[in-house]
Design a binder for this molecule. Structure first.
Ligand code: G
Ligand code: G
Ligand code: MN
Ligand code: NA
Length: 251
């Protein structure tokens, strides 16, 4: 069977695909405040497959819509279980090609009983640079109460214009900038991180840093004014049954 057929089968049977959750912490004091849903595929013969290896196929074949539904349903269930946390879900640019994406998402969340205000939707810069259909979809989602985060900020075709043109709530600074904040702090990355943080705060956005791996990075980011931090220093993406101990340990 091709990967596409196997993916279709996994989605139809509801087995194999699962969602892991990576905690996000407040920069101040580091309690866990949110979770990012990250899909995984436990393949019967190929082992654990990373999203980079099957998301492109899901996007090309349109299976990303069903996959997105599955992830969102699970994220809603987690949200109900942890009502004090927000749960972040990634949306691919390909999902925005469907004309009723906003209604689809709103319906799933409503059926689950979760509060849209506790669900954050992560989109990349490419989505924000999209057409009027995409803009309309994002506006309808935000009007329904969802929070919108710009994922991998600074890594794509950055245009500062959409920060004012669109209503977004959060910037997630791409981990490539964070990675270079080492023992010997890289001066350019440090300046970029500080500039993004200042810009974000000035226009009222939450600023999250991704890919935080070291204590030096954490300290620099907290001092620079980042609101939230995410990365292996705190926790990796974990299966549902492993997150409780991390959340409780961090409160
Ligand atoms: O978890 P990991 O670093 O391997 O994720 C790799 C990429 O896959 C990231 O860019 C992430 O945003 C994306 N990704 C993970 N889960 C989902 C998902 O449920 N939907 C979409 N659209 N992208 C996801
Ligand atoms: O594109 P997006 O930001 O959604 O991708 C998130 C991905 O980053 C996940 O696949 C996750 O596994 C990965 N990730 C999370 N924390 C770290 C980290 O501290 N270091 C590295 N290298 N990757 C991370
Ligand atoms: Mn993300
Ligand atoms: Na990201």
């Amino acid at each position: 069977a091709t990967i596409e057929e196997e993916l279709r089968e996994a989605l139809a049977s509801g087995s194999g695909l699962k969602v892991h959750y990576q905690p996000q912490v407040a920069a101040a004091g580091q309690p866990v405040i949110g979770l990012e849903a990250l899909v995984r595929w436990q393949h019967p013969s190929r082992g654990l497959i990373a999203p980079d290896q099957f998301l492109p196929i899901a996007e090309e074949t349109g299976l990303i819509l069903q996959l997105g539904d599955m992830v969102l349903r699970q994220a809603c269930a987690i949200s109900l279980r942890w009502p004090d946390l927000f749960v972040a879900v990634n949306l691919s640019q390909a999902q925005f090609r469907t004309p009723n994406l906003a209604e689809r998402i709103i319906r799933i969340v409503r059926e689950s009983g979760a509060d849209p205000c506790r669900i954050e939707l992560e989109v990349t810069e490419g989505v924000l640079l999209g057409d009027s259909l995409t803009r309309d979809t994002l506006k309808r989602l935000r009007d329904a109460g969802f929070r919108i985060a710009i994922d991998d900020f600074g890594s794509g075709h950055s245009s500062l214009s959409y920060l004012s043109r669109y209503e977004v709530d959060k910037i997630k600074i791409d981990r490539s900038f964070v990675q270079h904040l080492g023992h010997r702090v890289d001066r350019d990355s440090a300046a970029i991180v500080k500039a993004i943080t200042t810009l974000g705060h000035t226009i009222g956005l939450t600023v999250t840093a991704e890919g935080v791996e070291t204590e030096e990075q954490r300290r620099f980011l907290a001092t620079s004014g980042c609101t939230e931090l995410q990365g292996h220093l705190f926790a990796r993406a974990l299966p549902e049954d492993k997150i409780a101990s991390v959340i409780k340990g961090n409160r």
